[in-house]
Design a protein around this ligand. Sequence first.
Ligand code: 4AD
Ligand code: MG
Length: 475
Amino acid sequence: MRARAYNQTAMQPKAITVSELYARFAAGEDLTKLGEIIVEGWVRTNRDSGSIGFISLNDGSAFKAIQIVYNDKLTNHEVISHLLTGAAILAKGEIVLTPGMKQPFELHPTVIEVLGDVDPDYPLQKKRHSLEYLREIAYLRPRTNTFEALYRVRSVLARGIHEFFQDRGFVYVHTPEITANDAEGAGQVFTVMTPDEKGKLSDTDFFGRRASLTVSGQLHVEAFALAFRDVYTFGPTFRAEKSNTPRHASEFWMIEPEICFADLEDDMELMEETIKFCIRYVLEKCPDEMEFFNGPFMTPGLKDKLNNVLATPFRKMEYTEGIEILQKAVKDGHKFENNNIYWGMDLQSEHERYLTEEVVKGPMFLINYPKEIKAFYMRENDDGKTVAACDCLVPGEGEIIGGSQREERYDRLKAKMDAVGNTKGLEWYLNLRKYGGCIHSGFGIGFDRLLMYITGITNIRDTEPYPRTSSALKY
Ligand code: 4AD
Ligand code: MG
């Protein structure tokens, strides 16, 4: 039992969480035999009709609330009957079973103590609030159904990721957040500045060279793959992209596995296995939350969609075929915002979504992209025009994974790095190709986008607890 933080001299019974109550009830325990217990939490609703009142209490341990049914025998009945949504309280009493009712049991308290009262201007009221409104009060939104469910799934999903990789023998590597390289070579880095001796901000004074926040742990984790065979990194990533879309954030979490003696096919197999594992894991570990996300206010049909994904192999499509399909769509009258489709273009989200939503109608891999539009480290195919790259596209979002087989041939990689001008400072990365290099592959899953996909939430500003996007840094 947690040490009592309050002055509860008269109260010695066990404090118990709502989640434990439901778990013990589900296991067949007779909760009425518990005797007096204490529950602590926040009032979601309070209805009083004179002699009897109902508080729906959420203690954060479970998506479900517990109903507290009180009467006017409470010494502070006047106060309790006027308690507002959001107040923190403690209730002592016994569990009463209520078969046939919405909740299988309720608490009948002899004491309710107000631990933290709430001002009437509390921004969360009983009515439904829009996600946009709640985004403005990110510090309070975890107390709403939607965000309580979302952030518990987020936590469970993070654990699932670790379980998945660790159970398969992958070594978890903490790659640095401050780095000297722009792994993707796309110039979207945030520079790290410190005051120099004169107090002037400098980007080189501290480290003696330019430093930035990482855009990807891949290059660092590749070195570990070449020692441990199978590794992954999972941490925050930063991109100074001014893309104002529901899927782009300046700070997001990425999972980056890297596997040795593995080509693009092996890579895709692992991607598919990872996504399917994550879906299964969340469906199994968060049944109440997923039922909620599947419900009438959220995304009806979500669970069917996910179960369908589990049952279907991901389709693989060549980039070249994708372009042909898009060109045909335009010819047949489909209107994209950008209708200028040509081989060599970088696909926009609307194009990716057309392929995954209209053509494949499910998750898919788009593979073998033109080398000019992909990062320098990707392995060049024998055609001399494409690289062994792969994006995993899903309906509703477009890309959630980017991956590739890495260029393991020293000369080819050096030529490419020389051409894009990033050899200096990355000699160590090139050396990996000289010192026992081997065929290896990897990918990066946007964790916040994966969470969007699994919960049906359509904006990354919601799947991230405190989103950072350009011109938006509130908390
Ligand atoms: O495709 P990306 O840029 O690939 C890499 O960073 C590789 N180094 C990964 C690897 O092979 N190890 O990013 C990978 C994924 C994207 O598919 C997307 O899901 C997510 O990271 N992502 C973002 N998520 C949110 N906001 C952004 N601004 C994102 N940029 C990429
Ligand atoms: Mg990408």
